[in-house]
Design a protein around this ligand. Structure first.
Ligand code: NI
Length: 170
């Protein structure tokens, strides 16, 4: 396994609509393993395939729990993810992105989402996510549609001017 290079703006791959995965072959397994390794090394709480210059609908997310910072991390690898439900309740939160180094922004997102997708072997599954985990899924799935957090942010600033408090990058 190897780390992949994380591309940053203005790389065009970040603005492309990523392709649906149709083959659950060794290349996909390798991509997922290397995305997990790259996300952990960054470190980040999520990564979408276009961020490693692969225009396919694959995301990885690793996160614990909003209430308990000692909670064990849970790892998700989702192929062809889709949000099937957005809660009407929204919340503003501060986000960053490994592909937009040095910047943060406030983004309003749904407090809860239901994510439907396939696991790495092509089996369907569903995740109900709330709070920060829901935010990470919304951010990563945006990447698959060429959308960046700065497109949605009400305010963007340089992180050196105003560092955020304990908010992980994705
Ligand atoms: Ni991002």
């Amino acid at each position: 396994m190897a780390l992949r290079e994380i591309v940053s703006i203005p790389d065009a791959v970040l603005r492309r609509k990523a392709q649906k995965v149709t083959r659950f072959d060794g290349d996909l397994q390798n991509l997922i393993d290397e995305m997990i390794e790259t996300m952990r090394a960054a470190p980040g709480v999520g990564l979408a395939a276009p961020q490693v210059a692969v225009s396919q609908r694959v995301i990885v997310v690793e996160y614990g729990n909003d209430e308990d910072e000692d909670a064990p991390l849970r790892l998700y690898a989702v192929v062809n993810p889709e949000i099937t439900r957005f809660s009407p309740e929204t919340e503003e939160g501060t986000e960053g992105c490994l592909s937009i180094p040095g910047f943060l922004g406030d983004v309003e997102r749904s407090l809860g989402v239901v994510v439907k997708g396939l696991n790495r072997h092509g089996q369907p599954f569903k995740i109900k996510a709330d709070g920060w985990l829901a935010r990470i899924f919304q951010h990563e799935i945006d990447h698959l549609n060429g959308v960046l957090f700065t497109d949605r942010a009400t305010r963007v600033w340089k992180s050196e001017d105003e560092p955020r408090q304990a908010v992980p990058a994705d």
